[in-house]
Design a protein around this ligand. Structure first.
Ligand SMILES: Nc1ncnc2c1ncn2[C@@H]1O[C@H](COP(=O)(O)OP(=O)(O)OP(=O)(O)O)[C@@H](O)[C@H]1O
Length: 487
């Protein structure tokens, strides 16, 4: 007697065979007339059995078929990764800005059987015009998924999400990070736009000179953020997080932004407020134009905001005349980005857009910032980047000289604990001054020792001078009070 399970197994096998046959035909007969008929025929059989459900993900969407469908891109990446393991024919190419050769599958290799949670799924590359109502444009592609109607719930609840997530992950892994900047062309047009370059900065959390515990704390925070989509949705807040990086120049604020971008696989939007000539509304447009999974950076926030706020009261040229720049700004009708405009966007803007964005402000003068701008909730995490510690030095020695230990390390350890030296200055001393090859580690470490000794001596002299000045001020005050008493 036939059991239900046997029945489905038999149907599954028949469908598998049909798909296999289809793949073979595709492989051995050139694409063209014959294919079109075979494809239509296979589709009809599937529809006729009434036991299978099909979902098609079309390459383009929209009335005018002009929008690339993201789901198609993710699915294609997911299926290509499976197909590439089994394909007999591959395409090779080198993408722009890359030296790496990339392999891709040819179209007919995209007929794939996939397993998920014990269920079997069949994928085919089809002509979108064969599904649903035919469109004006020919050769519109779609990836069509066929599955038993008993797996409908599994597909809706889990399988499609799984395909999208894996596809997205694969794409991001292969993607190069981009650095966007807002154009600051000094022309008549106020229209702001982003332009980008692919960046290959070597900094990562591993190469960042910073204490291990602090780095780990930041990385944990970032991981928690990236996994918190549901949490943010539940509390009704936009999926964003603000970081304030502060510390003296050369302590690694910009370097840390690169490390975060690599760690999270996010692009960077480096926003220069001074260049936003259309004021708050232009700022809004620019920010709406940023993509999800990105970092929006405003460096030296104190200078940026101060400049825009002071624009109106800028000094005039000679004899009270307006400068060329001021006249140009007036004619163009430039408007300022204000603190309240910026706060508005931090609080409200992203709730109307997708999510997963970091906003990072950097400053050398945290004390100058308006407390409204950096209060928790806006800038959720405040990170101080400080002078170089011995632990930080060891990371730089490894980066620059590939040295883990050296007899001079002990001297450096003592000196660095008594000196305020930035990682940028340490790095500068550790860089070999010639490019002739050879081992320059000894010379570089000696240079660093001299720099540390000099910094220590300078600090001592400065402190001495300061205390002398304070003493003479006190004496003056005492003298002053005697004078006033004698009147
Ligand atoms: N913590 C660090 N780890 C590794 N390299 C660092 C670090 N800090 C500085 N450097 C080195 O010094 C250079 C300057 O650092 P960076 O621009 O990141 O400092 P910054 O704090 O952003 O400075 P500024 O405030 O002047 O913009 C970097 O290119 C990098 O080589």
């Amino acid at each position: 007697m036939w059991r239900m399970g046997d029945h489905w197994a038999a149907i599954g096998t028949s469908l598998g065979s049909l798909m296999f046959l289809y793949t073979m035909i595709e492989r051995f007969f050139p694409y063209g007339f014959l294919h079109k008929y075979i494809e239509q025929y296979v589709q009809r059989i599937l529809r006729f059995t009434n036991l299978y459900v099909q979902i098609s993900i079309e390459e383009y969407s929209g009335e005018l078929i002009d929008q690339k469908n993201q789901s198609y891109t993710y699915t294609e990446a997911y299926l290509s990764a499976i197909a590439i393991q089994r394909a007999m024919q591959l395409k090779a190419y080198t993408p722009k800005n890359s030296k790496k050769l990339v392999l891709n599958v040819v179209d007919y290799e995209m007929t794939i059987t996939d397993q998920f949670q014990g269920a079997t799924f069949w994928w085919m590359l089809t002509n979108a015009n064969e599904i649903g109502k035919p469109r004006k444009i020919d050769n519109l592609r779609a990836l069509t998924l066929t599955f038993s109607k008993w797996h409908r719930q599994l597909v809706m609840d889990m399988y499609l999400d799984h395909v999208m997530e894996k596809g997205k992950e694969l794409l991001e892994r292969n993607q190069q990070r981009k650095l966007y900047t807002n154009n600051s062309r000094d022309d008549w047009y106020k229209q702001e736009m982003w332009s980008h370059v692919v960046f290959n900065h070597p900094a990562t959390f591993d190469t960042l000179a910073m204490d291990k515990a602090k780095k780990e704390d930041i990385m944990e925070d970032l991981i928690a953020f990236s996994k918190a989509k549901e949490y943010y949705a539940k509390i009704g807040k936009a999926w964003k997080r603000g970081y304030l990086l502060y510390g003296p120049p050369g302590t690694g604020k910009s370097t840390m932004i690169v490390a975060i971008s690599k760690f999270m696989n996010y692009d960077i939007y480096d926003l220069e407020l001074k260049s936003v000539r259309g004021g708050n509304s232009e700022l809004r447009k620019l920010l709406l134009d940023t993509s999800d999974r990105s970092i929006i950076v405003i460096e030296d926030i104190d200078c940026n905001l101060a400049l825009t706020d002071k624009r109106k009261t800028k000094k005039k040229g000679k004899k009270g005349e307006k400068t060329y720049q001021q006249r140009l700004a007036e004619i163009r009708g430039d408007r300022d980005v204000t603190l309240s405009g910026l706060l508005n966007f931090i609080d409200g803007l992203w709730s109307s857009t997708g999510g997963e964005r970091l906003i990072i402000f950097t400053t050398n003068h945290v004390e100058k910032l308006d407390s409204a701008l950096i209060r928790r909730g806006r800038m959720d995490k405040h990170i101080e980047l400080g002078y170089c510690s011995f632990e930080g030095f060891k990371i730089l020695a490894k980066n620059y000289l590939n040295v883990d230990a050296h007899p001079l390390f002990e001297t450096i350890r003592c000196l660095i604990s008594e000196t305020k030296i930035t990682p940028a200055d340490v790095a500068e001393n550790l860089m070999p001054k010639t490019v002739n090859g050879g081992d320059y580690s000894e010379v570089c470490l000696e240079n660093l020792v001299s720099a540390l000794e000099k910094a220590k001596e300078d600090a001592r002299l400065k402190a001495e001078k300061q205390s002398e000045e304070e003493e003479s001020d006190e004496e003056d005050e005492e003298g002053g009070s005697i004078d006033s008493a004698s009147f």
